[in-house]
Design a protein around this ligand. Structure first.
Ligand code: ZN
Length: 206
């Protein structure tokens, strides 16, 4: 499986890091070894002094496909959850400055925390509201109606370059409000569903 990530997919987040709003999706990948599941803790890596959270809606790809047409795109994912795209921001800034790839700053072990999947049918319409809490305080709030490239557009775009395979994950981008974590912090991701708020993700920094 592969983990496909979208950068700068919310205009307000692109601006907070002084990046231009992109004309096509910004794509990067994390290796399967980045995956962190079952609410396991994240161990603060020793190569960064500025580990950041980025809370994102994650799609699970349910069937294989290449060159997916827009009218079929929504059939490629049925389950969603929240994830945290952990980022070594200091290292990423250094790599960006040099024009180098971001993998060291974003693809390290445990950098893709993924919550419990829920059927997308538990959310009515296209508006998915979600929050990230750090130590019981809301630090990020997102609504997928603010996505520059909605889910279906991402499926169409990504599948032109990479064959989508069952079990692949797509991190769909983070809203504004990214910030640092320190050892001991507790992160919790909450999605608003038809039956109320669901805590789908928990991750402690150790
Ligand atoms: Zn991200």
């Amino acid at each position: 499986m592969k983990i496909i990530c979208i950068g700068r997919n919310y205009a307000a987040h692109a601006r907070e890091l002084n990046n231009p709003v992109p004309k096509r999706p910004v794509i990067f990948m994390k290796p399967p070894s980045a995956l962190l599941v079952n609410n396991k803790p994240m161990y603060y890596p020793d190569f960064t002094k500025d580990l950041h959270y980025e809370c994102e809606v994650v799609l699970k790809i349910k069937k294989n496909g290449r060159h997916v047409q827009p009218e079929h795109a929504s059939g490629y994912y049925e389950e969603i959850t929240l994830g945290i795209d952990f980022t070594a921001r200091d290292l990423q800034s250094e790599l960006k400055e040099k024009g180098h790839p971001w993998e060291l700053a974003k693809g390290f072990d445990g950098s893709a925390a993924v919550g419990k999947f829920i059927p997308k049918s538990e959310i009515e319409g296209d508006s998915i509201r979600f929050d990230l809490m750090k130590n019981k305080e809301i630090v990020q709030s997102g609504n997928t109606t603010d996505l520059l490239f909605p889910f279906d557009d991402l499926i169409v775009f990504v599948s032109k370059f990479f064959k989508l395979q069952m079990g692949d994950l797509i991190f769909t981008g983070t809203p504004a409000g990214v910030g640092p974590v320190k050892i001991g912090d507790q992160l919790e991701g909450i999605i608003q569903t038809n039956s109320g708020a669901q805590k789908v993700l928990r991750c402690q920094i150790r």
